[in-house]
Every structure is written in C-alpha cells, then in structure tokens.
Design a binder for this molecule. Structure first.
Ligand code: NAD
Length: 252
C-alpha cells in the first residue's frame, strides 16, 4: 500500500451494516480497524478483508466506555496508522412504548449511540486536525423523524444529526468533514430483532418494507457502505454537515 493510505475505524464493524462498511472502505484502499464489543467477533470480517488483499485489524471496545475508547484508538494509531476516517456505526435497540420503557433502556440506547459517538469522535479528532484531513460519518436513521416504540432510539438518532452538524462547524477549518447517513430498512440482525419483537417473521417484515419502498426492495449493508464510501472519499471535502437519507425513497 502507498504511504498515503488512510486509516479508518468502523464501530460496530463485526456484523450487519458495519461489516459492509468495513469491507467497502478496505476495497477503497484504507486500512480498517473493525471495532466491536468482542474482538474475536471482528475476526471473520478482518479475515475476509485480508483474503481480498486489504489490511484490517480487529479491535474490541465498548464505545460508551471512555477508557476502552482511549485504549482502542491509541492501539489503532500504533498498529494501523493515525485514524483520520471514523464511522460511528455501533448501535443497539431497546424498543418499548414510553409507558413501559425502563430508565436502563433509555440510558443504554443513548449511551451507545450518542455518548459512544461523542467519545469515539473526541478520541479521534486530534489525529484528524493534526493531519489537516478527517472524515467523520455518523449513522442516524429514518427513525429520527419519529417511530412508535422507539423514543430512546429516535431521540438518539435525531441527536446524532445535531452532533454531526456541530462537528462540521467546529472542525471544518481543519479539513475535517462530518456527515450523517440515515438508513431506512436494511436487512441485518437488528431488523430481524425488530420482527421478533413485534411478533412476525423476518420475511413478513421484509415484505412490508418492500411494499412501502418506492424502489420496491429492502436495503442491504452495501447500499449504506456505498454512501459512506462517498463521504469518506478524498474528493468529498466540500460536503459537510449533511444528513443523507438512504431509504429507497424520499425523506425530509
Ligand atoms: P446490528 O445490530 O446488526 O450491528 C450493530 C453492531 O454494533 C453489533 O455488532 C454490536 O455488537 C455493535 N455494538 C453494539 N453496542 C456496541 C458498543 N457499546 N460498542 C461497540 N460495538 C457495539 O445493527 P445494524 O443494523 O448493522 O446497524 C448499524 C447501525 O445502523 C446502527 O447505528 C443502527 O442504529 C443503524 N441503522 C440501522 C438500520 C437497519 O435497518 N438495520 C436502519 C437505520 C439505522
């Protein structure tokens, strides 16, 4: 690889959308730190990247824990290079109607999405401003516009949009962009979990999503990875503070 190879960190990279993003950024030529709660769970994605000729590292960390985040980012900087591309993708759902939602389920969802994105970005931004180059991509969701049973998740994903716009304002002069991607229905274990919660099969939920989507299909991790690839690219330096809905149809 050339000396200009960028290093990316993808949180929640062990599976689903994060795995798709990790593979795509590696194909784009970046060295990729695949970060997830359990380091060994990242190994399959790392092996796949290596088998395709790319460079990747499995990193275990809980993004909502400041010490673990600091240690993980330092390790990536030492072993792969200064992380100047960060994709805040790690996420959980703890759905319930508000009258049944526990304080723990509120806190854990806000903790992973918002506190996690904050901690990871704070730990990486110094490398970006030093390099005068940075690309931050945060995962929001169409649920930011409101979704029954998701007050915690919806608030977190709307929060991610405000977080992104403020990062764009603060870091722009250092060559650092920040953008958010708000996916619609993507086929992953997270949406399979949703089907189980509402008591229907995953196939039924996929059919409902297909029927509602103007493009008449569900989304795949690759659909989101493609959008991340653009925001993370060298040429996207004038695109910042944006929220891109990748949902198979128009969203506000
Ligand atoms: P997923 O559940 O399949 O994967 C999420 C990954 O994040 C898992 O590997 C999990 O271990 C990891 N993770 C969870 N908590 C973590 C923590 N504290 N620290 C580190 N890693 C942690 O989910 P997905 O569908 O791939 O979703 C990825 C992102 O996209 C999430 O932010 C999600 O909210 C968002 N999103 C998904 C959809 C969808 O339809 N699937 C739609 C909109 C937005």
């Amino acid at each position: 690889m050339g000396t200009n190879q960028r290093t990316a960190i993808v949180t929640g990279g062990a599976r689903g959308i994060g795995a798709g993003i990790s593979k795509r950024l590696a194909e784009d030529g970046m060295a990729v730190a695949v970060l997830d709660l359990d380091e060994s769970a990242c190994q399959a994605v790392v092996d796949e990247i290596a088998a395709a000729g790319g460079q990747a590292l499995a990193v275990g960390a809980d993004v909502s824990d400041p010490e673990q985040v600091e240690a993980a980012v330092r390790r990536v900087a030492d072993e792969l290079g200064a992380p100047t591309v960060l994709v805040n993708n790690a996420g959980i759902i703890r759905d319930n109607l508000i009258f049944k939602m526990s304080v723990e389920d509120w806190d854990s969802v806000i903790g992973v999405h918002l506190r996690g994105s904050f901690l990871m970005t704070k730990a990486c931004q110094g490398f970006m401003t030093q390099e005068k180059f940075g690309r931050i991509v945060n995962l929001s969701s169409t649920s930011a516009q409101g979704n029954r049973g998701q007050v915690n998740y919806s608030a977190a994903k709307a929060g991610v949009q405000g977080f992104t716009k403020t990062l764009a304002i603060e870091l722009g002069k250092f060559g650092v962009t920040a953008n958010a991607i708000a996916p619609g229905f993507i086929e992953t274990e997270m949406t399979a979990e949703t089907a189980a919660r509402i008591g229907i099969s995953f196939d039924e939920l996929k059919k409902m999503a297909t029927d509602q989507a103007p493009v008449a299909r569900t989304g795949k991790p690759e659909d989101i990875a493609h959008a991340v690839s653009f925001f993370a690219s060298e040429g996207a330096g004038f695109t910042t503070g944006q929220v891109l809905y990748v949902a198979g149809g128009p969203c506000d």
